[in-house]
Design a protein around this ligand. Structure first.
Ligand SMILES: C[S@@+](CC[C@H](N)C(=O)[O-])C[C@H]1O[C@@H](n2cnc3c(N)ncnc32)[C@H](O)[C@@H]1O
Length: 232
């Protein structure tokens, strides 16, 4: 996507702190024949990056500005904003996976599960209020960027669900993320035994109440992209 945006002459530099992730990214770059346009390096967002100041048209980050990973996100955003050329854009993407709708018709149950999930994440990630990725708009504004705005990118799926969507929601969204939240913090956020029983019926692919098997099933999630621009 970023390559398409800079074609035919622009360059993309991807960075990640994980050597394994960088190796995997380099493999994908080779497989797709993008070596001329894309380089991938190991680097830590908390330190100086191998990039000159005022040299980038776009700085893009996706689901990485979490306090446990980068420390103070506002400091990182401020430092990265100096890499932008005048008029350049910073884009912070956040999957917003704490506010989806995978259980249409069971809003109370899903609110409880999402509250449990947020409880788990807030503890692991140490985020709340200004350190939460939902507050990226203020980080951009306080870094001196202008025309800052949040945008949403909705993903909607309905029956018949494509197989990859069905298996992802079944195994990952419900089977891993929601299940772990129910298990770890369900009781703490007020789930009662009947809530847990209802959750199990709706989320178990072997149960005849499995929600993804209902002929009118649909789901939606709205990812968040926050943009800001270095003044000209
Ligand atoms: C949730 S993943 C998102 C990966 C990718 N941006 C995407 O959207 O698919 C977070 C990534 O941030 C990387 N990361 C964590 N802390 C970092 C840091 N301090 N500097 C650079 N990368 C970091 C992790 O290694 C991981 O690959």
């Amino acid at each position: 996507m970023l390559c398409a945006g800079v074609a035919p002459t622009g360059k993309v530099l991807g960075i990640d702190i994980s050597r394994a992730h960088v190796e995997r990214a380099r493999q994908l770059v080779r497989e797709r024949g993008l070596q001329d346009a894309v380089a991938v390096e190991v680097a830590d967002l908390r330190s100086d990056l191998p990039v000159e100041e005022a040299s980038c048209d776009v700085v893009w980050m996706a689901d990485v500005l979490y306090p446990d990973a980068v420390g103070d996100s506002e400091v990182v955003v401020s430092r990265l904003s100096r890499l932008l050329k005048p008029g350049g854009a910073m884009a912070i993407f956040y999957g917003n996976w704490l506010r989806p709708m995978y259980l249409p018709g069971y809003a109370r149950l899903e609110h409880l599960i999402c509250a449990a999930r947020e409880t788990v994440y807030a503890r692991e990630r140490h985020w709340q209020g200004q350190t939460h990725p939902e507050r990226a708009l203020g980080w951009l504004q306080r870094a001196g960027l202008v025309s800052c705005r949040p945008e949403i990118f909705p993903a909607v799926h309905r029956q018949p669900l494509p197989e990859e969507v069905r298996s992802y929601i079944t195994a990952v969204s419900l089977g891993t993320h929601y299940a772990r939240a129910v298990e770890t913090c369900g009781e703490e956020v007020g789930m009662k035994r009947e809530d847990v029983e209802l959750w199990r019926r709706l989320s178990d692919p072997r149960h005849h109440d499995f929600i993804l098997d209902q002929p009118d099933y649909y789901c939606l999630a709205a990812a968040l992209l926050v943009l800001g621009f270095r003044p000209e």
